[in-house]
Ligand binder design. Structure first.
Ligand code: FAD
Length: 396
């Protein structure tokens, strides 16, 4: 792939920069730069700003409201957003459920659900994992029994990210008990306001409320909410996971973080010089930078595959591993940079209060570090990604 930007690409880059500078709300930017948690309203406000310019669902086909950008344009766009530290787009609708609906859904489902995702009017969450069914997802037991024109759903989903905000959940449910566990699974869309759906928070090690338990107690779901054929949900599940993994790598954001660590470390005095000159620190930073560059080439290959109409392949597992390892490495280096100022643990609720000591950038460092232990687990743990690579890439 030619990495030299053409004149048109550079013009596009200017257009994106101008758009961000004119449209990125200052109150959201200020929170982002201080790593303060965003409210639902703020996340939606930013997503709508992008959607109003038709710049939200960039990987969707143009006929459904996506862009027909080249891989280079997508790359430029994501890099510019990340460089300005704009909020992460919530992936459950736009990167997960949307592609499933336009790829496997019928016309009615496309008409009902795609506009709400595109305009961020409807918040989706992902109901895959269950207590006892994480890595071994196909062992899931949430049951959907057909009764007339409805399914009756019973079971429990866990780790459901931001379900407390969600209007709808896409679920893997068991519609048949089979000897091969991957069979008999179906992909069902459930309105979170249905009687019998209950959401309970799980508070994580950083004291934040990001994940939840979701209980289904005799929830009635119209059969028209089944996506694809009954019993063929496993293929859809795999399709979606590949899309999910590609997004998790977050390489553009890592580049910004690397620059930030370099800038801040050059202001911290160590002996006669500064932290950036410290051989040990510099060595770790350089290693991360080299790995990031190498991983970026894999990302470009994946982008190219998606924009040629293909699904991301098993290389998305490489991206998931390398991207999340780098996210954790940089969060560790950030703690090293903050030194003892990162030790007083400030939870999400206290962030932004005047309780912090040391420089502002250090207040959220520990909460961020603790929170980012999750990245090597969600979206399929990194051990599972290594299994995928060994089978599908190395043929072992
Ligand atoms: C912050 C967070 C948010 C999440 N959000 C969602 C969400 O919105 N929706 C959703 O459906 N799920 C979500 N998940 C769930 C996530 O996908 C699972 O946690 C993940 O798939 C691992 O499953 P598990 O937690 O059951 O661990 P287990 O499967 O019990 O694994 C435990 C350990 O054993 C290892 N292991 C298991 N099997 C193998 C194997 N075959 N080979 C090698 N090692 C193995 C794992 O790598 C892991 O280290 C989220 C998880 C987290 C932490």
């Amino acid at each position: 792939m030619d990495l030299t930007f053409s004149k048109e690409d550079l013009k596009f880059q200017e257009e994106v920069r101008l758009f961000i500078s004119e449209n990125y709300p200052y109150d959201i930017k200020e929170k982002q730069d201080n790593r303060l948690p965003l409210q639902k309203e703020e996340i939606i406000r930013w997503q709508k700003i992008l959607a109003n310019n038709n710049w939200f669902a960039i990987n969707w086909p143009a006929e459904y409201g996506g862009t027909d950008w080249s891989p280079t344009q997508k790359y430029i766009f994501q890099n510019e957003l990340a460089a300005e530290n704009t909020p992460i787009l919530i992936p459950f609708g736009v990167n997960m459920c949307g592609p499933v609906i336009y790829s496997f859904g019928n016309d009615e489902q496309k008409k009902q659900h795609l506009p709400g995702i595109l305009n961020s009017d409807v918040w989706w969450c992902q109901g895959y994992s269950e207590p006892g069914s994480g890595s071994d997802l196909a062992s899931l037991t949430t049951k959907a029994e057909k009764k007339g024109d409805k399914y009756i759903v019973n079971g429990t989903k866990t780790w459901t990210t931001l379900a407390q905000h969600a209007d709808w959940i896409f679920c893997l449910v068991r519609t048949e008990t089979t000897t091969i566990k991957q069979q008999g699974i179906s992909f069902l869309l459930v309105d979170m306001n249905s009687p019998g759906v209950e959401v309970k928070p799980i508070i994580t090690i950083d004291q934040s409320h990001e994940v939840n338990m979701v209980y289904f107690d005799n929830v009635e779901v119209p059969c028209i909410n089944l996506v694809g054929q009954e019993g063929e949900g496993w293929n859809i599940a795999k399709f979606l996971l590949m899309h999910e993994r590609t997004g998790i790598a977050g390489l553009a954001a890592l580049k910004r973080e690397l620059v930030r660590i370099k800038e801040l470390s050059s202001t911290i005095q160590v002996g006669e010089g500064n932290l950036l000159d410290d051989a040990n620190f510099k060595n770790k930073l350089n290693k991360a930078e080299i790995e990031l560059l190498a991983t970026e080439f894999t990302e470009l290959r994946t982008l190219s595959a998606i924009s040629s109409g293909n699904s991301p392949g098993p290389e998305s597992s490489i991206l998931k591993i390398k991207g999340t390892e780098l996210q954790q490495t940089l969060s560790e280096l950030f703690i090293e940079l903050c030194g003892y100022y990162s030790h007083p643990f400030i939870s999400e609720q206290d962030l932004g209060s005047n309780a912090s000591i040391g420089p502002d950038y250090s207040s959220a460092a520990m909460a961020h570090y603790l929170n980012f232990r999750k990245v090597s687990i969600y979206g399929g743990s990194n051990e599972i990604q290594r299994n995928v690579i060994s089978k599908l890439i190395l043929g072992l």
